[in-house]
Design a binder for this molecule. Structure first.
Ligand code: PXL
Length: 274
């Protein structure tokens, strides 16, 4: 992959202490890829909400808006604004505000809402706002469950053909701008499909039958880091899918899945791959 000047990325997500997801993945991944990530936590949680009990929670209310004002006063320019888990309409409005303040930034929304056909805890009420936010993005990164929710259709059973995968990515791109859709089951593979500007592609990896929270955040962070290095979105998706597989393979299969994938020892690979 190509090396280019470091880019500045405003990352708007929760900060979860344990469970390897959101800001605790985006920041090290983007930094390892040579960029300057700027962390804007929307809420501080002791863990993510997927299987580690009831997390302690500190909402940050007006912090986000004040932080945006500070960055504007400083004359900061962001090359990209990247949002993930947003647990309230205020947090969604914060991302919209950032989009308005930095209209030239690449606007990427990972509509973190659900997986495996089910909403994450408490996220049902965020669908409408997330739909609206996605319509303001340049690129959205839903998994299959989120894509179905955004398109208001039932979660499909069974495998996809590459043509069906491409058609679904095109449909999302027509509705929202560009899209890279992840977690598509194919016979022996798991695939992602993209439709962004003039690029249309399907990327496949042999399916690993192990599931972890946070892999969507890992995929999105590597994809964004690679795109901002000047790579085509298809090459960036290929790199992201590959890194997620490596991180799963690097995770001891007896470890508690809710603690996420052991990506930290592999960060050096992201520095090396230019
Ligand atoms: O990785 C998705 C994610 C991010 N942040 C929080 C979550 C989840 C998924 O459960 O709970 C707080």
């Amino acid at each position: 992959m190509k090396q280019s000047a470091p880019k500045t990325i405003l990352c708007i997500h929760d900060l979860s202490g344990i469970g390897r997801c959101s800001l605790s993945m985006a920041i090290p991944v983007l930094a390892a890829m040579g960029h300057q990530p700027v962390a804007l936590p929307t809420v501080v949680l002791s863990s993510h909400t997927g299987g580690l009990g009831e997390p302690a929670r500190q909402t940050l209310s007006s912090y986000g808006i004040s932080a945006l004002e500070h960055y504007k006063e400083l004359g900061m320019e962001f090359d990209c604004i990247y949002s993930g888990y947003l647990a309230s309409s205020e947090d969604q409005a914060l991302v919209e505000r950032a989009f308005t303040l930095w209209p030239d930034a690449l606007k990427v929304v990972d509509p973190v809402l659900a997986d495996h056909g089910k909403f994450y805890k408490g996220m049902e009420s965020q669908l409408e706002g997330m739909h609206n936010l996605c319509s303001k993005a340049d690129l959205i990164l839903p998994n299959l469950t989120e894509a179905c929710l955004l398109l208001n259709r039932p979660y499909p059973e069974g495998n996809f053909t590459p043509e069906e995968a491409q058609a679904l990515a095109d449909e999302l791109a027509n509705a929202f701008g560009g899209a890279v859709l992840t977690g598509l089951p194919m016979e022996k593979h798991l695939a992602c499909a993209g439709s962004y500007q003039r690029s249309r592609f399907v990327v496949k990896r042999l399916r690993i039958d192990r599931s972890y929270p946070g892999t969507g955040d890992l995929f999105a962070s590597v994809l964004i880091g690679a795109m901002l290095r000047g790579n085509a979105v298809s090459a960036a998706a290929d790199a992201a899918a590959g890194f997620v597989c490596e991180a799963i393979q690097n995770t001891d299969s007896s470890a508690q899945p809710a603690l996420g994938v052991w990506f930290e020892p592999l960060l050096g690979r992201l520095c090396e791959r230019n």
